[in-house]
Design a protein around this ligand. Sequence first.
Ligand code: DMJ
Length: 650
Amino acid sequence: MVFRKLPGVSASGMGLRLSQKFVFLLFLSGLVTLCFGALFFLPDSVRLKRIFLPKSDNQAVTVGSENDVGEHSKKMPREQTAKGDSTTKLKILSRKQSVTHEARTVERSVGNKPPEEWNPSRTKTEPVGRARESVTGEERVTTSTQKGQNKDIFDFEKFKQCLLKAPLGKDNGKPSDPQTLQRREKVKEMMKFAWDNYKLYAWGKNELRPSSRNGHIGNMFGGLRGASIVDSLDTLYIMGLMEEYEEAKKWVETDLDLNSNGEASLFEVNIRYVGGLLSAYYLTGAEVFKRKVLELGEKLLPAFNTPTGIPRGVINLGSSGTSWSWGWASAGSSILAEFGSLHLEFMHLTELSHNPIYTEKVMNIRKVLNKIEKPHGLYPNFLSPVSGNWVQHHVSIGGLGDSFYEYLIKSYLMSDKTDEDAKTMYYNALEAIETNLVQKSPGGLTYLAEWRGGILDHKMGHLACFSGGMVGIGADDGPQEKRQHYLDLAAEITHTCHESYARSATKLGPEAFRFDAGAEATATRLSDRYYILRPEVIESYMYMWRLTHDPKYRQWGWEAVEALEKHCRTESGFSGIRDVYSSVASHDNMQQSFFLAETLKYLYMLFSDDDLLSLEDWVFNTEAHPLPVVRKNCLQSETGTQNAGKSTTE
Ligand code: DMJ
């Protein structure tokens, strides 16, 4: 720009006119504003931004990637800005608490001798309560801290005294019948085989690819590694594969890096990592699991920073803590099965940390769900975390909805039957499911259809087959006149799911089966014919066995073992198959971590005595990680021996 002095106009300085100076200054200030404003658009990692801007929970975020996603999460996250957050106060509180909590963690590990671990080989016939306090041989000394004098510290000793039975039961649940024992040994061998191959070809990765003999990482866990290790800890432990358990524990100690900065499925990280670490801690008392799970738990909290407190499905585990909804979920909604399957783990995070924030978060979800009107008493699968309204009227007991219902009844059971809200919600939901979704096929099979705005889709997913077990474990606490009915319903659903296996060439069930156009429990679409080592059908066999002791459930479980061996076992691990109706196997080259966490664990339990992880003491999260019933009265009592009289391994 050229500045010239014009005649007759006063000028100063550089010989500019006043109006020119004004324009120049305006331009300059505009430029400065623009530059500063541009900082907001720089990526998080840019240093300048960190210097100039305070960290905020509500930063705008960009679309993540890509195709390899969670169970309920089939596509890419949607771009979201968590603006208009009405829970700022809570956020500040949560940040403060986080700091306090971190400090406490450090203090604990420095100031207190970590409790000695609980090893199954040492607990074979010991009583749970009294005997653990005596100082003989390998037994540990119960310190005053562990006796609950320091209320800030989770008292593992007292926790054990509040169990009714030893976790692994008498003689680790060993069945007396030789055939059952042999079958149990076979399942243990399968676990060892799956583990050994994972170790050989995929150590530290998330899953084993058995055909290509390498590891798979994917992007479901936001950069976290070792999903198969964390998912396997408790299975290895209950099977007495102690060398393998020790390897797994060592890896958690030295290699489980929680400082990742990727986008993770909140649901998947919660059920596999949080669930896996929690149960490893409760089973063994090893401090490392507690430390890790509390560190991880904190990283999940920013997902709840939405106007309603309903968390979004995808979270950045790094310091930004930004969260997204899945790109495929209508109108930026959150998924019922995802935000509805946090309760069990979050209640235990509060138990271990003494930080109420986790309980508050999940109780708030429940409050929102209780307030909102439900079409025909049903819970649709998509909810807006902004408005708190349903986004679509699709209801399913399979994918997208499944574990929400499971967590209602399990919340009640895990609360030592004190959580009346969860109980009411569960039985009301079950009533609505029976009225609207439960169907009988022309061939007499009971199934759970899906509901789309009042229209039934006569399809049942493999995922929905967990409901045999769910309805079964809830039967006893339902209204007196309905108890037998619920048990019958559970048996019928389990029977139908078994039929979906029995009607295939491989004796393994498809991903989804239908009851229309002449089909009865068979997949009619090519795209539904695959089996990816899922546990749900076997899970229902296990619960139904425990509830009825009808030998058919063990028989069905054994059929599944034989089918897995024949069609899914490869030279280097287990693999899913692409078509259950073809006896010529086409492997999908993936040994899912839930095969080790769930399928094999439930099979092992099916062939064990009932006191191995007794259902009186333990509930299983949706990834089959056992979490103990919280007996508040006992835990808070001075002596902590409310159940000590009953605390034997018998
Ligand atoms: C597991 O990760 C969990 O059981 C989840 O609830 C549903 N899907 C898989 C197994 O099929």
